[in-house]
Write a protein of this length. Structure first.
Length: 754
């Protein structure tokens, strides 16, 4: 039995070169022709971890001073950190790229199975044979004797099982990977889509775990070992204890068909299988010839380069072999074929190594391998010609701008494109477990279909021919809700004016998510609608028909359009103000050098209050007027005995009415002292009758002074039969009602009674 068979659990890991390479800047290495380990000449071998002592020690110190226990798997993350499947130490170790310090990431050192759901460092592993790191930094472990694939979450450090139920058997294809059976899983690899491939050693098959967690078989029958099937479908072919698997940038699968001492190839386009290295003989020969004619002895792992070169850990030949792209010629790049440890600092082809297992290639051409028998991790500087493409680093300077149900992410290019042109970027926004994405060739990218008012965590990753790079740091954004038309304005009131109305209002309860840019007032009446727009309240509509009732409302407008109209208010604008009509029922009374005009209000005030009336009397082109607020009006300063034409006008804010029809009147004269009275004393029981002469003088206030003549006589009168008034002796004055009211007059000698 060879020593691979004695390990039973498969003493190697296989990792895909496209997902495990340190994130560096490719152009620098291409120019400087150096490896990540420093200025190491091309073709030189060196140790990067392990002191050659089998055991466990060194955490917290330099990796080269630590003790490892027959490590079989290696991996690199995009920051250049090195991960080691310390198989017989039942641990996963990590070497910091920044410091070179080693630590334990998972495992207690006691073999067994425990810890799912807890910290990985407290979990038990059972001969972890391979390790992988995805683009998000999550670490995957082929927990060989536990028949499981386990995962350490990069963010939490929590370990879980993602494939295998713990029973060493074959089963579960088409179902969930966690309920499927694996049988000593070993090498792992990711394709560009994120599907995980597993070398299922004792099932003699290559299994695939989709990104949805569904397991299937892509090569091998899963029932028996052997060698068959080249030229046919891979799922019908026989494999024998495959320990390694890798996937190139195109999606083709390479299999370390360890028990058949061959490397097999499954075409992504056809699914057909073929042999690309090894003739099936467990031996060493063929360098310088075609790889399919050479002998290899228990191939364990493989990596490919961007140019298509294939590197193989030829385990029992204690060599690293290379199959050149294009020619298919095989050669040795490390090891003499003798198991041992020597040669650090010198040519890799002159060094001795002991059963090389897991391989990984960094971006500078540094080929790392698990030197299993020497309990070391060693590195051969193959130079830039061997550089592998990796996924790009994360886009930089990511910023998110909120939009309506969308977010726009702007960014700058990654620090490294991974060695290949970036062909696309993908922006991703997640909230509540739901993710929306958008892809494009450059910044910015707009992610649509988001929920308004929800906080989203968004990031961007780049893609090249290898696959998706690591996502950028997340940024938060809250998309806005869709903009709608605003709701109706509120508290609408209306004020009527002359042929116009003014509508006042307050803003709508909602602007619809966008600024209101205008309001429009609308009034409809008589089949005609008038509108006016403005930026705010109030709004005045003019040129309406006075006296007509209008139905008026207001609506708001934003970038979406018009909102609904407010509640309708009815209003009747006033007609235009005109001069009033002429006063009515005009009567005129003549007085001494004056006339009194009485009247009633006009039939219409013209739409405005009458503020005054004017009475005017005209003769010979000369007019006398008087103005007042009510009837009657007395026009004075007239010429007695002359006939005047008199009228009245009304006035409001619009002007004066037409004059009433002219009424002719002749003012009375104002008699002089000594003038004879207009009446005579009546006959009384005293005789003889005396015809007294009575003079009148105007008092200026509508009454009259009277003096009796001749001396020694007095005048007694009644006014409308209402009583007596006495005129004292000549020379004295008294008031008397207007002559028009005198009904009787009595004359008596002074001193006699009536």
């Amino acid at each position: 039995m060879n020593r691979i068979e004695s390990f039973r659990a498969g003493i190697n890991s296989s990792t895909s070169s496209f997902r495990q390479i340190a994130q560096c800047y490719l152009a620098i290495f291409l120019l400087l022709q150096i490896s990540v380990a420093g200025a190491i000449p091309v073709g030189t071998i060196t140790t990067v971890a392990g002191n050659g002592t089998t055991g466990y020690s060194g955490d917290g110190g330099a990796a080269k001073s630590a003790a490892l226990h027959n490590p079989q798997g290696v991996a690199l993350d995009q920051s250049g950190n090195l991960y080691i499947a310390d198989t017989y130490g039942h641990r996963i170790r990590k070497v910091s790229a920044a410091t070179g310090v080693i630590s334990t990431l998972a495992g207690t050192g006691i073999n067994g199975y425990s810890g799912d759901g807890g910290a990985a460092a407290s979990a038990m592993l059972n001969y972890p044979i391979a390790v992988r790191v995805d683009n998000s930094g999550n670490v995957y472990i082929a927990d060989h004797w536990n028949h499981r694939i386990r995962k350490i979450n990069a963010a939490t450090g929590i370990i879980t099982t993602i494939a295998g139920n713990g029973t060493g058997a074959f089963g579960g294809d088409g179902g969930g990977s966690t309920v499927a059976s694996l049988n000593y899983p070993a090498g792992m690899a990711f394709d560009n889509a994120g599907n995980l491939y597993v070398a299922d050693v004792n099932n003699h098959a290559i299994r695939k775990i989709s990104t949805q967690g569904i397991i299937s078989t892509v090569a091998g029958t899963g029932t028996s070992s052997g060698f068959s099937g080249d030229g046919g479908m891979a799922t019908s072919a026989h494999l024998s204890s495959p320990y390694g698997v890798t996937v190139d940038g195109a999606g083709n699968i390479y299999i370390a068909d360890s028990g058949n001492h061959r490397v097999r190839f499954v075409s992504v386009g056809t699914g057909q299988i073929s042999t690309v290295a090894g003739n099936g003989n467990a031996a060493f020969n063929g360098d310088g010839g075609v790889a399919t004619n050479s002998s290899i002895f228990f191939p364990y792992d493989m990596v490919t380069t961007v140019t298509g070169d294939l590197y193989i850990s030829d385990g029992n030949n204690n060599r690293i072999r290379k199959v050149a792209a294009g020619t298919g010629i095989i050669s040795t790049v490390a090891g003499t074929g003798t198991s041992g440890f020597s040669g650090d600092g010198g040519s890799s082809t002159s060094a001795t190594i002991g059963f090389p297992t897991g391989l990984v290639l960094d971006i500078s051409g540094g080929l790392y391998f698990a030197d299993n028998s020497n309990s070391r991790i060693r590195m051969v500087n193959l130079g830039p010609s061997a550089v592998s493409i990796i996924a790009p680093s994360a886009p930089q300077t990511v910023a998110a701008a909120s939009g309506i149900l969308q977010a726009t992410l702007s960014f700058t290019a990654p620090a490294s494109n991974g060695g290949a042109t970036i062909d696309s970027y993908t922006a991703s926004c997640t909230a509540g477990g739901v993710t929306q994405t958008a892809s494009g060739p450059s910044s910015p990218l707009t992610v649509t279909g988001l929920a308004g008012g929800t906080v989203y965590s968004c990031s961007v990753y780049a893609h090249n021919s290898v696959g998706n790079g690591v996502a950028s740091a997340a940024v938060s954004v809250v998309p806005s809700s869709p903009v709608t038309a605003p709701t109706a304005p509120q508290s609408v009131s209306v004020t009527s004016g002359i042929q116009q109305v003014t509508l006042s209002f307050t803003a709508p309860a909602s602007n619809g998510g966008a600024a209101i840019d205008s309001y429009t007032a609308s009034c409809s009446g008589g089949g005609v609608t008038k509108t006016v727009s403005g930026a705010n309240s109030p709004l005045t509509l003019s040129a309406l028909t006075g006296g007509m009732t209008y139905a008026c409302s207001v609506f708001a407008h934003n970038s979406v359009g018009n909102g609904p109209a407010s509640t309708v208010v009815n209003v009747t604008p006033a007609s235009p103000v005109t001069a009033p009509s002429a006063p009515q029922s005009v009567t005129i009374t003549s007085g001494i050098q004056q006339v009194t005009l009485s009247f009633s209000t006009p039939a219409t005030n013209g739409g405005a209050a009458i503020d005054s009336y004017t009475a005017s009397c005209t003769v010979g082109g000369v007019t006398q007027t008087v103005t007042g607020t009510t009837s009657p009006l007395v026009v004075t300063g007239l010429t007695a005995g002359v006939q005047y034409s008199c009228s009245v006008t009304a006035h409001n804010s619009a002007g004066s009415s037409s004059a009433t029809a002219g009424v002719s009147v002749t003012p009375s004269p104002s008699p002089s002292v000594g003038a004879e009275a207009v009446f005579y004393c009546a006959e009384t029981l005293y005789s003889p009758v005396f015809n007294a002469r009575v003079a009148t003088v105007s008092s200026g206030d509508g009454k009259y002074f009277m003096r009796s003549y001749p001396s020694g006589w007095i005048l007694g009168v009644t006014t409308d039969g209402a009583g007596f008034y006495f005129i004292p002796p000549a020379g004295s004055l008294t008031y008397l009602d207007t002559l028009a009211n005198v009904s009787n007059a009595y004359c008596k000698p002074y001193g006699l009674g009536f």
